[in-house]
Ligand binder design. Structure first.
Ligand code: SAM
Length: 293
C-alpha cells in the first residue's frame, strides 16, 4: 500500500472541505484522523450543532460550528464556498455516521467540487456497514436502499419493485415504523427470506437478531424494548429462480390485469409463466391493493 503521503499528513490543507464520519452511538468510534482534522479545521459545518458540540466537548475541541441541515443546505453550502474562497478549511459532519449517506451533505459536496476546491473524505462509522459486518450473511453483493417511503402505499410500491433484486437489501428504519415495514416486507417478499434486525449498534442495548421474515413482526412485538432505538434491516435477496419466475409472472399479471378480471388474469399468468396459481393470486391481490392506495 502506498499511503505514505496521507499517512504522515494528519494535518489539513487550506482551502479544503473534509467530509468527516462521526460515531453512530459509541463516542469512541471516531478515527484518530477524524479527531485531528476536526481539531485543525477553521469551521465545522454540522447537521445539528448541539449534537456535534457534545462530541467536540467530549474530545476537547473548540472549533466554531455552523449549521448545515436539509432545510438550509444550499445557503449553508454557499457560506462554505465563501469560507473556502477566503482560504479556510471546513469540516462537514452529520449527527451520526457518514455525511451524505441518508444524511445531508451531497449537495454541499457537489457545489464545492463544482467550484474546484478539494473534497477530502475522512471515512469511519456507518450504520449499514456496521450491520453488514456483524450479520454474517453469505451474500457477496448488497444493495443499500436506506429509508423506504413513510407512506404505506409508496412503501409497498418500492418493496414490490425490489422483490426480484438478487442482492441483500439494506434498509434504515425508524422505531415507530419498524413493525409495519417488516409486515409489508413479508407481504412483498414472502415469509421465507432471512432478515437480520440490527438495533442500537455500538450502544448499550445493541442487539442483532436473525430470523425468517415471516417471524420478524411477531418477534419485534414480543417485548417492548425490541422496537426501541435505531434500526438497520438486512433482507436476503431473491434467489435466481425465484426472481426470474416472479419477474415473468408479475410482468404478465401487470398486463393482464389491465384488461381482465382478477381470476382470468391469474389463470392466464400461471399458464404463461408456469407459476403457481395460489402465489399468483396473492401477488395479483397485492398489486391491486397497491394501485388503489
Ligand atoms: N449517516 C448515517 C450512517 O452513516 O449510517 C445514517 C443517518 S440516518 C439519518 C439515521 C438512520 O441510520 C437511523 O434511523 C437508523 O436506521 C440508522 N442508524 C444510525 N445509527 C444506528 C445505530 N447505532 N444502530 C442501528 N441503526 C442506526
Amino acid at each position: 500500500m502506498d499511503g505514505t503521503a496521507h499517512h504522515e499528513q494528519a494535518g489539513v490543507e487550506r482551502p479544503s472541505l473534509y467530509v468527516v464520519a462521526t460515531p453512530i452511538g459509541n463516542l469512541a468510534d471516531i478515527t484518530l484522523r477524524a479527531l485531528e482534522v476536526l481539531k485543525r479545521v477553521d469551521t465545522i459545518a454540522a447537521e445539528d450543532t448541539r449534537v456535534t458540540a457534545r462530541l467536540l466537548r467530549h474530545h476537547g475541541i473548540g472549533v466554531p460550528l455552523m449549521a448545515l441541515h436539509e432545510h438550509n443546505e444550499r445557503r449553508a453550502a454557499q457560506k462554505i464556498l465563501q469560507l473556502l474562497a477566503q482560504g479556510n478549511s471546513v469540516a462537514l459532519v452529520s449527527d451520526a455516521g457518514t455525511p451524505a449517506i441518508s444524511d445531508p451533505g451531497a449537495m454541499t459536496v457537489a457545489m464545492v467540487r463544482e467550484a474546484g476546491y478539494p473534497v477530502v473524505p475522512v471515512p469511519g462509522a456507518n450504520a449499514a456497514v456496521g450491520a453488514l459486518s456483524a450479520a454474517g450473511s453469505a451474500a457477496l453483493h448488497f444493495l443499500f436502499y436506506g429509508f423506504l417511503p413513510q407512506q404505506a402505499a409508496a412503501r409497498r410500491r418500492e418493496l414490490a419493485a425490489l422483490k426480484t433484486s438478487p442482492y441483500l437489501l439494506v434498509f434504515y428504519e425508524a422505531p415507530h415504523r419498524v413493525i409495519a415495514t417488516v409486515a409489508d416486507m413479508t407481504a412483498a417478499f414472502g415469509a421465507e427470506r432471512t432478515i437480520t434486525i440490527a438495533r442500537e449498534l455500538t450502544k448499550l442495548f445493541e442487539s442483532i437478531h436473525t430470523c425468517k421474515l415471516g417471524a420478524a413482526a411477531a418477534w419485534l412485538a414480543a417485548a417492548a424494548n425490541r422496537t426501541k432505538g435505531e434500526f438497520v434491516l438486512l433482507v436476503e435477496g431473491a434467489t435466481e429462480a425465484g426472481a426470474a419466475d416472479t419477474g415473468a409472472a408479475q410482468h404478465a399479471l401487470e398486463i393482464l390485469l389491465r384488461e381482465l378480471s382478477l381470476k382470468q388474469a391469474v389463470k392466464l399468468a400461471a399458464e404463461i409463466s408456469g407459476g403457481k396459481r395460489n402465489a399468483l393470486y396473492k401477488l395479483a391481490l397485492e398489486m391491486k391493493k397497491t394501485v388503489k392506495e
